[in-house]
Design a protein around this ligand. Structure first.
Ligand code: DI6
Ligand code: FE
Length: 401
């Protein structure tokens, strides 16, 4: 069953650039793209349906490659405190921060977590997101990390969005392990990761490498376990200080290292060598009112692929729009709209290990795309949020929310 989509321009995002085809046509066959090119070269064929896109600009479906969408409660109370001058680190040290979300997540039922996460996810989807990564990391014990990951899987099964799960058990120290971080890491490696992986709940393994979380040595033990289980790794690194977690991630061929404000040029060289994607999270930078900028010139100079994601989480980035993140990537990090869009499509797909099938509009890939009623692709990082007129196609089928 072939479907023709025409009267559009396409920013294919192949090779990480707009790679524009004007007056284009797209042929989908089932869930896949069979052909894309200038309409004048459209191969003849029988189409079960012909869709007029009314002059839209078509881009790949947006991919949000770093989120903590599943969590209990929220932390707008801490937001108010921070605005009165209390720092994120001080709030964390006094039992708030991640620990307060852990408490709220542990007491929430799977049903409650599903309902609140579905609301947030639908907000991202209304903004053109067709694939998302969702991390655990607010359960911090086997039962509750499993609960979070099952909710993430269920979101992917019940909503028209592809979900990649990441186990972030090494996000913070649970209260049961106070002052025993090494014991908690042992528990993650010996019990939690093997059990969660055996249940098929884990697509990748992440950790928070930071002075207020886990050391590079502790992270390395988690990576070694992940490797034994055949799972790819990624890392929260260099967000608040420089521990060279990004170089460590590169040594383990990590899919990505994320945040990175405090990384240096040697880290960039290591990441370029291993093909580790730099995932920048402008929402967290903005929301924490950080001033240290990620080293854009070093990343560009060494050819590190750069992705942009929402980091949707209750503490540092309550961001419900990827397009708003594209704007912030441009205004805060001085990225170009083209780099930003590549960061939420093809490079985000690479950061999730799914670039063979997703992230660009090319024959053979999955037919996930958005037809935007905009004047040019830069509009996607120009408007500050809002609801742009669009049609979203996932797996070759137009979705509605
Ligand atoms: N870095 C972040 O920005 C989030 N986690 C992390 O490792 C913050 C999570 C939170 O504050 O709840
Ligand atoms: Fe994060």
């Amino acid at each position: 069953m072939k479907t023709l989509w025409q009267h559009c321009h396409v920013a294919t995002m192949a090779q990480g650039a707009y790679s524009i085809i004007e007056d284009a046509a797209i042929v989908t066959s089932g869930a896949h793209i069979e052909w894309v090119g200038p309409r004048s070269e459209l191969p003849s064929g029988d189409f079960a349906a012909v869709n007029d896109l009314n002059g839209a600009w078509v881009t790949p479906g947006l991919i949000d490659c770093h989120t903590h969408t599943v969590f209990g409660g929220n932390r707008s109370d801490e937001f108010e405190k921070r605005l009165q001058g209390v720092s994120y680190a001080e709030i964390a040290a006094s039992g708030g921060g991640i620990a307060s979300t852990v408490r709220a997540t542990r007491v929430a039922s799977e049903e409650q977590l599903f309902a609140s996460a579905a609301r947030r996810l639908k907000s991202l989807m209304r903004d053109g997101v067709t694939s998302v990564e969702i991390k655990s990391g607010y359960g911090l014990d086997l039962a509750n990390e499993g609960k979070m990951l099952r909710v993430a899987r269920r979101l992917g099964a019940e909503l028209p969005i592809s979900v990649r799960t990441t186990c972030l058990a090494a996000h913070a120290l649970p209260p049961e392990y106070k002052d025993r971080a090494d014991d908690y890491i042992d528990h993650i490696c010996a019990e939690m990761l093997p059990a969660l992986a055996a249940e098929g709940l884990v697509d990748a393994v992440d950790a928070f490498c930071e002075y207020l979380a886990f050391s590079p040595e502790q992270v390395e033990r988690v990576f070694i376990t992940a490797q034994k289980l055949g799972l790819p790794v990624k890392l929260h690194a260099e967000q608040l200080s420089s521990l060279h977690g990004s170089s460590l991630a590169a040594r383990y061929q990590a899919l990505s290292a994320d945040h990175l404000e405090f990384m240096d040029e040697d880290d960039a060289i290591a990441m370029a060598k291993s093909g580790t994607v730099a995932v920048l999270l402008p929402g967290a930078f903005y929301f924490l009112r950080e001033t240290q900028l990620p080293p854009m010139e070093a990343l560009r100079k060494h050819g590190v692929k750069i992705a942009i994601a929402s980091d949707l989480n209750p503490g540092t980035s309550p961001a419900l729009s990827v397009r708003l993140m594209l704007n912030m990537a441009c205004t805060c990090f001085r990225m170009t709209p083209e780099e930003a869009l590549a960061g939420a499509t093809i490079h985000a797909a690479t950061a999730l290990g799914m670039a063979d099938t997703h992230g660009s509009i090319e024959a053979g890939k999955v037919a996930d795309f958005v037809a935007w009623q905009i004047d040019r692709p830069a509009d996607l990082s120009y408007w500050l949020g809002g609801d742009l007129e669009k049609r979203v196609v996932r797996h070759g089928v137009e979705t509605s929310l």
